[in-house]
Unconditional design. Structure first.
Length: 207
């Protein structure tokens, strides 16, 4: 509702104007007047969620995506390349041997490396990792995880060479593996006993 003064006098009079009537007349005129045809305004994309249609995924795709990426191995050397490398390696090792013998005439030639040397190397490494060889009066340095890894390597060696060893080689490997596993069991038993502390009584008033 709007109030409109009719005259300006000492006693002003006001007339009530009903705006609803005027509005109804304007709407009626608008409906009777033809509106020019206009092309619909393009619909602006909203910022809300939109439906995205993708191509169907085959069943093999998830499996391929789930596989971890592995580095490609270089091609294996050819027989000719391996032979040339082996010849050069032997010649270099012989030059080193001649140099050492020239500086130490009393030292004889080193025996060729055998399977027993490999097993012995693992045995020494495992025992040192478990604290063997520590000088008297010093606290032994124990690498229990490293020892377990070395013992497991011996186990892999025994598994992969089964049926391809001589009787002496197989006996050496089984004996060494038994010894290092026994030492590992004794060491872990001591660590467990030292790690368990007897329960202590709670202080008075805090039961």
């Amino acid at each position: 509702m709007d109030w409109k003064p009719e005259t300006m006098s000492e006693t002003p009079k006001f007339t009530v104007i009903d705006r609803r009537k005027f509005k109804a007349e304007e709407e009626q005129e608008t409906q009777q007047t033809p509106q020019p045809e206009t092309a619909p305004a393009p619909v602006e994309p909203s910022a809300g969620p939109r439906l995205v249609v993708t191509e169907p995924v085959t069943s093999a795709a998830p499996e391929a995506a789930a596989e971890p990426e592995t580095e490609e191995m270089p091609p294996a050397p050819t027989a000719e390349e391996s032979l040339k490398q082996k010849t050069a390696y032997d010649a270099s090792a012989q030059r080193l041997e001649d140099l050492l013998r020239a500086q130490n005439p009393g030292v004889g030639a080193q025996p060729p490396v055998s399977f027993e040397h490999l097993v012995q190397q693992f045995y020494v490494s495992a025992m040192i990792q478990m604290g063997a060889g520590t000088q008297e009066g010093q606290r032994p340095h124990v690498d229990i995880l490293g020892a377990r890894n070395t013992i497991d390597l011996l186990g892999v060696l025994a598994e992969k060479t089964r049926g391809n060893l001589t009787e002496a080689e197989e006996r050496t490997l089984e004996t060494v593996l038994f010894e290092v596993r026994m030492a590992f069991l004794e060491l872990t038993s001591m660590v467990s006993l030292q790690g368990v502390q007897p329960p202590t009584a709670p202080p008075p008033g805090k039961r």
